[in-house]
Design a binder for this molecule. Structure first.
Ligand SMILES: *[C@@H]1O[C@H](CO)[C@@H](O)[C@H](O)[C@H]1NC(C)=O
Ligand SMILES: *[C@@H]1O[C@H](CO)[C@@H](O)[C@H](O)[C@H]1NC(C)=O
Ligand SMILES: *[C@@H]1O[C@H](CO)[C@@H](O)[C@H](O)[C@H]1NC(C)=O
Length: 243
């Protein structure tokens, strides 16, 4: 009796102590208290499947990640680097786990909030929903640049989605661009620099309104001339031929 109670107690303790370190809140606190942006990232725990491509290859040499530090500091790896996990040997997919293992390791090192996310503000309003849906279809659950930037097919699909979803708008006339070229620049700038220049929705609206105004001006001028010139001709005829 007493023995089985003790066993129960011990196994409860075991369950609690294994549960605690995986609690996200505790993890975040742990990270917050020990992290220093100048600490060197410990790459000894990188998943085996990614060691050759990410570590041995030199992909994570700070200069290659856009950093000026000598060592791979936490700040360089977690904040400056645009998409450090694009060294994953295979693009994220349901058939290969390596990227997801790497992502879990990365979150442990950098914290959940370090991941750079595509916020899609650079995409005109008409194409935002279909772009988001398409990114999800590509097995990029969290819209992270680490994932998106390993899937160049995303820009082609974005181009298709923009040309369909925005076909009833004048947005590409306003941008003086094509959906193909727009999607290509959006994707390359995002993945090379992390920059997401928001689409100027207010500027577009005012351009549209100006267009309407100048259209009515043209119509007004046309109608005015259409009525005015016969009247003038008549006057001229009357003046010249009735005297
Ligand atoms: C990190 O390093 C920089 C430059 O060496 C220094 O100015 C800064 O105080 C350091 N930050 C911390 C938190 O140690
Ligand atoms: C790089 O890290 C090593 C060991 O962590 C340290 O001894 C060295 O001073 C660091 N170098 C720089 C430039 O911070
Ligand atoms: C994107 O489409 C072009 C042709 O429209 C094709 O040549 C290219 O290979 C495609 N790229 C990707 C990554 O699918």
């Amino acid at each position: 009796m007493a023995l089985s109670q003790n066993l129960l107690f011990l196994s409860c303790l075991g369950a609690i102590s294994t549960a605690i370190p995986t609690t996200p809140l505790l993890k975040a606190r742990q990270f917050g208290s020990v992290s220093n942006p100048n600490d060197t990232v410990d790459v000894s725990g990188v998943p085996e499947c990614a060691v050759a491509n990410c570590v041995t290859s030199g992909e994570w040499i700070p200069a290659r990640l856009g950093c000026h530090t000598g060592n791979l500091t936490r700040e360089c790896f977690c904040q400056t680097a645009v998409a450090p996990l694009t060294c994953s040997p295979k693009a994220p997919s349901s058939e290969d786990n390596c990227f997801y293992e790497l992502q879990t390791w990365f979150s442990g090192i950098c914290g959940q909030n370090a991941v750079r996310i595509a916020d899609l503000s650079a995409i005109p309003d008409c194409g935002r929903d279909c772009t988001a849906a398409m990114i999800t279809e590509e097995d990029c659950a969290d819209d992270s640049l680490n994932c998106i930037c390993q899937k160049p097919e995303i820009y082609n699909k974005t181009a298709t989605c923009l040309s369909q979803a925005c076909s009833n708008t004048k947005v590409f006339k306003y941008l003086d661009d094509t959906p193909d070229h727009f999607a290509y620049s959006w994707y390359t700038i995002l993945c090379q620099t992390g920059v997401q220049e928001p689409f100027n929705e207010a500027g577009y609206q005012s351009w549209i309104n100006n267009g309407k105004w100048s259209h009515s001006l043209k119509v007004g001028l046309g109608v005015g001339l259409g009525i005015g010139s016969p009247v003038l001709i008549c006057l001229w005829i009357i003046v010249n031929f009735t005297s």
